[in-house]
Structures are given as structure tokens and as C-alpha cells.
Design a protein around this ligand. Structure first.
Ligand code: CA
Length: 467
């Protein structure tokens, strides 16, 4: 048998290293964002009744973030934060926008820089598939915000069955509910889907990967599932004969369709041998709205819209064989805002000095090159409900509702936020309060009225109260 001398082995391993480093230059980025998926509804967070093998493979082959946060507890603002890498409260995107194709102010402010703007400058092809929700006016269209391709819908959700999509032009929809029935935009051209919408988006994602495999790319695969309306095909429903609760069964079927799509995208990366050089993130845009879609956030307290952990701590995983360890659970708090900072650091994409990122490059922290937490603190403000939170280390100060005194929890020891430690720890409380106040001083008030200010929403809220 032929053996290598130590010197030859060293040379070979150096050669392999430099080869893989060359390939790791400008890794592709795929961000798969589910909509209203509960913390507990993926296998890697312990879900038992909905198998998610493909989503789980991202965590198993990479890193599971057990303390992964988004920057807001509902869809629109959370997405505005992710896409700019900055707390959206800094630029007034603090409400779910109304669906207003006629209003150039109702969406992501045009002065803000998106992750696609930045990556486009270093040669990336950027595509978004699925839900946009950052404004329905022409100025907010993904192709005006740095993306080169768009296949999706502009509003905050969508109906899933092709026969229900009866409004051809997105500009013809007069509000959020009607926007759920529009055709799907292929760039600027309305097309009528032929499939269950989640499958249609998975098709488009796979096509995007295939057609951009020769250059660095960024795919934002933004499933609107499992956001309401709860709709699934028989094929997916039949996978859950043992779930008797109808809502949970449909929800499970919807999550299963997303998982299939994730599997198809990962399979395509494998087929083109791009797995090693593609950084894949999976996360939800906010916590599960448990009563609306039968999602679960256990053991976290609260749900979508809440400043408790269940509102904004989400399923969060990343996979990048070229640069991240395999099968690691990372327990320091991280943020969806870190995705932009991470890919910018890896690709050399420029950052607007006027708009410094709030995220950090996670890679050195996850690999252990940098010790300690990536963030001094993770913040939350929800202006209209006057909810606040700051997480620093093990501790979290939370103001769970307007005019409620700040509460203090050790969310490492007490992940369900059950024991308020405020009275016994005035110093910790005070320090967190000062830190939160300092952050709040850098914010502005919301710049546009939200979905909650529309008559349709207010009538629904009135009816719900009367019940
Ligand atoms: Ca959402």
C-alpha cells in the first residue's frame, strides 16, 4: 500500500484547505423563512406529531440556535428587520402595513438598504420567492429593492388553492383580504398558479437555484405557510391520519409541504455540488399564533404578538459545511438581524455607514473563535401595545403590556418565564432598564398607520370583544 510521508500529507491537506477556501469565497445564501411557525413545531425543537426531516437536516448538518430571536413578534416589521439587518424600530416600520398599492409611504422606507442591495454590489444574483409584505406600491416592489427576481405576493398572506386566486392584477386588490386572492407576480407579470401555493413556491425556488448556479446567489425563500388561511391538499392531509384535531391536522399538512420544499431545495444544492458553499438559514418570522393556526411554542410562554419568549423566539438553524460545525447546539442569544451581517462579512458586501447593522457575523462565535455572547442584548419594542423586552445573558426584562411594571426572568433557568424575579433583584432590573432606555432613545415613532388601523380590522376586534 502506498503511504504519504508526513510532509506530503501536510502539503495535501494545505492544498485541500486552500481549495475549499477558494470555494468558500462568496458563499451562496439561502434564507428559508416560514410564516407563523411555532417554536415547537420542528423536529429539532422536539416536535413529535409533525415530521420535518428536511428542516431538521439543516440543524443536524449544521447549527441549531436554541435562543434565536426575530426583531418583532409579527410578520411585516420582523421581515423589515431581517432584510435591512437593522432594528426596524429605527426607521419606523413598526406595524404590519396596510395593503395599499397606491401609497409609496406604506412599506419599507426607500432610503433603507436591503441585504439584496448590498449583495448585488459584490456580484450576487438575488431572488425572493413567496411572501414580500414590505409594501405593495411600485417603489416597494422587490425588483426596486435590490432583488433581480421575484415570484410571489406583495401582501401579508395568501390563499393556497389556485382556484381561489381570482384577482389578476395585484393593484386591483383594495385591501389585505382581497390581496390574498391575487394572482402571483412573476417579477411584474401576474401569473395564475396551477398548484397548491406552497408547492408552486418550492418549484420556483428550485428553478431559481438551477438557473443561477454559475454565480453567487441569494435566495430568500419566504413561504407564507403555515400562516392562515389553513388550507392543505389531500396529499399532505393524508400524512396525518392520527391527528384528530382538524386545525392541527391542516397546520401539520401545511408544515409538511414546507418541509418537502426545503428538501427539494437542499436536494438541488446537492445535485449541483453546491452544498458546501451555500449557507442556508431556516427560521420563522415570529412565534406561532397558537389559537389561530394551532401552532405550538412550548415550553415558551406567549405567542405571536407577545413580548414573552413565544412571541419572538423562533425555530432557527443554519447549515454551511464550508464554514460551520456540524450538529452543534448554540445557546447564546442570536438574532435574525445577524443574517445580513454574517453574509456581508463572508462576501465583502458593503454596508452603508449611515445605516450600521445591528447584527453581527455569527460564524466566529459558532466556531468558537470568538468567545462570549454575540450580543450585549437583544431588544424588542412594540410601539402600539407598548410592550418591551431586553434579553441580556440569562436575564430578561419584559413589559408584557401597556402600563405593566417591568418583570424580570432568568430565561435560561426558567425558559417559560414563570417566576418574576423583579422584587429581589433591583440592581439587575435597573441595569437592564437603563440599557433598554438607551436603545429606545435611538428609535423613531412608526411612520405609517398599520393594518390594525383599518376599519375591517377594527370591526373584527370589536366583534371579538363583544363575544
Ligand atoms: Ca408571520
Amino acid at each position: 500500500m502506498k503511504t504519504h510521508s508526513p510532509r506530503t500529507t501536510l502539503f495535501l491537506s494545505l492544498a485541500v484547505t486552500s481549495f475549499s477556501m477558494a470555494r468558500a469565497d462568496k458563499p451562496n445564501l439561502v434564507v428559508i423563512m416560514a410564516d407563523d411557525l411555532g417554536y415547537a413545531d420542528v423536529g429539532f425543537n422536539g416536535c413529535e406529531d409533525i415530521p420535518t426531516p428536511h428542516i431538521d437536516s439543516i440543524a443536524a448538518d449544521g447549527v441549531k440556535f436554541t435562543n434565536g430571536y426575530v426583531s418583532y413578534a409579527v410578520c411585516g416589521p420582523s421581515r423589515a428587520g431581517f432584510i435591512t439587518g437593522r432594528y426596524e424600530q429605527r426607521f419606523g416600520f413598526e406595524r404590519n402595513p396596510q395593503y395599499r398599492p397606491d401609497d409609496p409611504k406604506m412599506g419599507l422606507p426607500t432610503e433603507e438598504t436591503t441585504i439584496a442591495n448590498s449583495l448585488g454590489k459584490v456580484g450576487y444574483r438575488c431572488g425572493v420567492v413567496g411572501k414580500w409584505h414590505l409594501g405593495a406600491n411600485d417603489v416597494h416592489h422587490p425588483l426596486e429593492r435590490g432583488f433581480h427576481q421575484f415570484f410571489g405576493h406583495l401582501g401579508g398572506g395568501h390563499r393556497y388553492m389556485p382556484e381561489e386566486l381570482t384577482i389578476k392584477e395585484s393593484t386591483a386588490a383594495t385591501g389585505e383580504a382581497e390581496s390574498y386572492r391575487t394572482w402571483i407576480l412573476n417579477n411584474h407579470t401576474p401569473v395564475k398558479p396551477t398548484k397548491y401555493l406552497t408547492d408552486q413556491f418550492s418549484d420556483a425556488a428550485v428553478t431559481f437555484v438551477s438557473s443561477n448556479k454559475d454565480k453567487p446567489f441569494f435566495l430568500f425563500l419566504s413561504y407564507n405557510a403555515p400562516h392562515t388561511p389553513l388550507q392543505a391538499t389531500t396529499e399532505y392531509l393524508n400524512r396525518f391520519p392520527d391527528i384528530t384535531d382538524k386545525k392541527r391536522k391542516t397546520y401539520a399538512a401545511m408544515v409538511s409541504a414546507v418541509d418537502d420544499g426545503v428538501g427539494r431545495v437542499l436536494g438541488k444544492l446537492r445535485e449541483f455540488k453546491m452544498e458546501d458553499n451555500t449557507l442556508v438559514f431556516f427560521l420563522s418570522d415570529n412565534g406561532g399564533p397558537t389559537t389561530k393556526n394551532a401552532s405550538r411554542n412550548t415550553p415558551l410562554k406567549g405567542d405571536k404578538g407577545s413580548a414573552w419568549e413565544g412571541g419572538y423566539r423562533v425555530p432557527f438553524a443554519a447549515r454551511w459545511p464550508g464554514g460551520l460545525p456540524k450538529g452543534k447546539a448554540y445557546r447564546q442569544p442570536v438574532s435574525s438581524l445577524d443574517i445580513f451581517a454574517t453574509i456581508a462579512a463572508l462576501s465583502g458586501a458593503p454596508i452603508d455607514p449611515q445605516r450600521p447593522l445591528d447584527g453581527v457575523n455569527l460564524v466566529p462565535y459558532v466556531t468558537g473563535k470568538k468567545i462570549g455572547p454575540p450580543h450585549e442584548a437583544i431588544y424588542l419594542r412594540m410601539f402600539d401595545s407598548q410592550k418591551y423586552a431586553i434579553r441580556s445573558g440569562d436575564h430578561k426584562l419584559v413589559i408584557p403590556a401597556r402600563n405593566v411594571k417591568p418583570q424580570l426572568y432568568n430565561v435560561t433557568a426558567d425558559v417559560s418565564e414563570s417566576t418574576n424575579l423583579a422584587s429581589g433583584n433591583p440592581e439587575i432590573l435597573d441595569e437592564l432598564k437603563q440599557n433598554l432606555d438607551a436603545w429606545t432613545r435611538g428609535l423613531v415613532e412608526p411612520r405609517f398607520p398599520g393594518l390594525i388601523h383599518t376599519p375591517a380590522y377594527q370591526n373584527r376586534a370589536k366583534k371579538a370583544k363583544a363575544k
